[in-house]
Design a protein around this ligand. Structure first.
Ligand code: FE2
Ligand code: FE2
Length: 219
């Protein structure tokens, strides 16, 4: 009787225990994509790109400062701009094109702005931090690129946060980071969309990085 009573007392607890455990497991077990992106330490792509926009705005100010560190600040800025735009062109705008309601128009406007900015950056790169008209070209590029970044945040990133799941945005963040690790580090006119960025990364990326290493050794 005693045994029966104990068992009977335990019966109603079992489903409760299982229910709690299941709830805990469901909370603790993310989807496979979330597990992969967490293992890569991936940040949400939008958070990552917005943070880089802040670094770019600061980078323009630093690159304008006179002194022996101007060249180093200039090259850091050019590198950040090149890898930032490469990842947006290769991964973020294509996702926006597919996921957003007016994605094709939004992505096309961003690509048009990026092409115009790239022309300015190529002319700034050719001028260099010691060339004539450097500050004027730097300021022109700053104006165009900060306006472009503000439009991305307002029209594209806000909509992406609403339309795309957090695991997908984290996965996109991993793709952005991976692309930025291999992308070219200076502006190239014909590298301006998903296909050309993906083709250029394994070829121009190592060449640019080798040239960067030579320049750093010389300086
Ligand atoms: Fe962009
Ligand atoms: Fe951007």
């Amino acid at each position: 009787m005693v045994t029966l009573t104990k068992s009977a007392a335990q019966v109603p607890q079992m489903p409760l225990r299982v229910g709690k455990a299941a709830a805990k497991t469901a909370k603790a077990a993310p989807t496979w994509s979330l597990r992969i992106t967490r293992s890569l330490g991936a940040e949400n792509a939008v958070d990552l790109l917005v943070r880089q926009h802040r670094q770019i705005r600061l980078g323009f100010l630093k690159a304008a400062l006179p002194g022996p560190w101007r060249s180093r600040n200039f090259h850091r800025l050019m590198r950040l701009l090149a890898v930032h735009e490469a990842a947006e062109e290769a991964h973020v705008h294509p996702v926006a094109r597919r996921a957003l309601q007016h994605g094709r128009e939004v992505a096309a406007r961003r690509r048009h702005e990026e092409k115009a900015a790239k022309d300015l950056l190529i002319s700034l790169w050719r001028t260099g931090p010691d060339g004539p008209g450097y500050l004027r070209r730097l300021n022109e590029a700053r104006r165009v690129i900060t306006q472009h970044a503000a439009r991305e945040e307002r029209e594209e990133f806000t909509a992406l946060r609403r339309a795309v799941s957090v695991p997908r945005l984290r996965m996109l963040g991993a793709e952005v980071k991976l692309t930025q690790a291999y992308a070219p580090t200076r502006p190239h006119r014909w590298v301006n969309n998903e296909a050309t960025n993906k083709l250029a990364a394994p070829v121009l990326g190592p060449v640019d990085r080798a040239l960067d290493a030579v320049r750093r050794r010389r300086s």
